[in-house]
Design a protein around this ligand. Structure first.
Ligand SMILES: NC(=O)c1ccc[n+]([C@@H]2O[C@H](COP(=O)([O-])OP(=O)(O)OC[C@H]3O[C@@H](n4cnc5c(N)ncnc54)[C@H](OP(=O)(O)O)[C@@H]3O)[C@@H](O)[C@H]2O)c1
Length: 283
């Protein structure tokens, strides 16, 4: 088996590397070094958001990198305050200026905010922004089945990706299945449960890792990829970045995957307060 990074194909014909770099809390001058190091370590998909207050930092790393722009996938997200059509188009343009690029490879609606009732309007803006050439691949994040059904029914356009919470204690299996049924690639956010839960020291995962001569982090990333899910793993450290890409020379067994699936705690496993029908974030 080679250690070349696998790619996933999207419903719009684009392909994405099987692991992305998360950038929450990666900021400022130190952040530029971390993202630049990640690019040097082989990352090509970089996940940011207006809400992370680091789009400018990502842009600086992209400018300093020697990797050609067309090899990088720069992905950002629309904040809740910009779900109105005109605001969304202006926000996308503003984000592009902040990063210093003239198109997004991928752009998502960050949260559906169903209580505000504007995510269909926001989706229309992304559909048009794609036509205007501002975005190549359009997708969503934290959309539940009813939100997906509504935007598809209203516009006839299916998102290419849906980035959702997924880690071993909250595997979100039903929504992963819904995405798959609709031809949408699932991206997993907080694949290691952030620092909040202890999946990286869970005995079941550690036992699988020891048997596979890999780390717990690698087992979790591999579990995602083998379930056709693209994990967005945040790491500021070069060592962890390298570990998190070193995934393509081993395979989990069916039993390994089932054991990890069995760690799911349903709604109790969700990171606190992150239910997409409740969570509201505007900036
Ligand atoms: N769409 C959404 O609503 C949404 C929500 C949350 C997150 N996200 C995206 O998903 C990304 C990932 O989620 P996250 O940042 O919440 O957390 P995460 O990726 O689950 O966990 C990050 C933590 O794991 C550590 N880590 C990474 N690799 C490791 C390894 N190999 N061994 C040991 N520890 C390791 C990191 O430390 P070091 O940095 O020191 O390596 C950091 O403390 C975010 O950065 C963001 O891009 C999206």
């Amino acid at each position: 088996m080679t250690n070349e990074i696998k790619r996933f194909s999207l419903n719009d014909g684009t392909t994405l590397p099987a692991v992305g770099l998360g950038t929450v809390q990666i900021k400022g001058a130190k952040g530029v070094t971390s993202v630049l190091t990640a690019i040097q370590n082989g990352y090509r998909l970089i996940d940011t958001s207006t809400n992370y207050n680091n789009e400018g930092m990502v842009g600086e790393a992209v400018r300093r990198s020697t990797v050609p722009r067309e090899e990088l996938i720069i992905s950002s997200k629309l904040p809740g305050a910009a779900h109105d059509y005109d605001k969304a188009i202006l926000m996308i343009q503003e984000s592009l200026y902040r990063i210093g690029i003239d198109y997004f490879d991928k752009y998502l609606i960050h949260w559906p905010l169903p209580k505000q009732g504007k995510y269909v309007e926001a989706w229309r803006a992304l559909v048009d922004a794609q036509k205007f050439g501002l975005i190549k691949t359009i997708g969503v994040s934290n959309f539940l089945e009813e939100h997906l059904t509504n935007i598809i029914d209203e516009t006839g356009v299916t998102p290419a990706t849906n980035q959702i919470e997924r880690h071993p204690y909250f595997n979100n299996k039903e929504l992963v299945r819904v995405n798959e049924e609709k031809g949408i690639l699932t991206e997993a956010w907080s694949p290691f449960g952030r620092e909040i839960n202890d999946v990286l020291t869970n005995p079941v995962i550690k036992e699988i890792a020891e048997r596979q001569a890999k780390t717990a982090a690698q087992v979790i990333l591999r579990w995602n990829i083998e379930n056709n899910v693209l994990p967005i793993a945040k790491s500021a450290s070069s060592k962890n970045q390298i570990t998190n890409l070193d995934l393509f020379d081993f395979e989990l067994t069916d039993e390994d995957r089932q054991q990890i699936d069995s760690l799911d705690q349903g709604e109790d496993g969700r990171l606190q307060g992150q239910h997409p029908n409740e969570y509201e974030e505007f900036d």
